[in-house]
Design a protein around this ligand. Structure first.
Ligand code: SF4
Ligand code: SF4
Length: 164
């Protein structure tokens, strides 16, 4: 389940050049399947691009350089985007991660990025946008759940990475 905080958004398009890609900061969230996709698509090892590849809870963070995500180019473009390798959470812009409630069924808390210059402008958002965010959020939670389950079975990070 995805819990969205804040006012509903009716218009938005990501125009990252207007905000110098504010959302692409160091430490963006990634799941084990994001890690696998990025590793396979770029040839990088998990430890090359994760801050915390030994995390036991399945919530990983992308490394940064000068406070920006290491996958952000000088032209403010994401080098993973064209390859279809962007982490789930980066596909959920303009929402940012606010936390996870660890109940019987996990709940993901998200909130629109403050000061996003294009909220209220850009494309008119329909119900499809909400459905897409819900679906991405549930994929995110499924990855977290799977990682926790496999960890509790005694598998190492590398074993889980090979299995998912
Ligand atoms: S992976 Fe791409 S979209 Fe996500 S924070 Fe990094 S540069 Fe931005
Ligand atoms: S979602 Fe908004 S704040 Fe984030 S990069 Fe796009 S335009 Fe900038």
């Amino acid at each position: 389940m995805v819990l969205v905080y804040g006012e509903p958004i009716t218009r938005w398009s990501c125009m990252f050049t207007e905000c110098s890609a504010r959302c692409c900061r160091a430490g963006r969230e990634a799941t084990i399947r994001d890690v696998k996709r990025i590793s396979e698509g770029t040839g990088l090892k998990a430890e090359d691009f994760l801050e915390n590849h030994q995390d036991r809870g399945g919530l990983f963070h992308l490394k940064g350089r000068g406070g920006r995500c290491i996958f952000l180019g000088d032209d403010l473009r994401c080098s993973l985007h064209e390859k279809g390798l962007k982490p789930i959470f980066c596909q959920m812009y303009p929402f940012k991660f606010k936390g996870i409630i660890y109940a019987d069924d996990l709940v993901l808390k998200v909130e629109a990025t403050k000061d996003c210059p294009t909220i209220g402008k850009g494309d008119v958002l329909t119900e499809d946008f909400e459905i897409a965010i819900e679906s991405l959020g549930n994929r995110f939670l499924k990855d977290i759940e799977d990682f926790i389950r496999l960890r509790s079975q005694g598998l190492s990070f590398d074993e889980i990475l090979a299995k998912v």
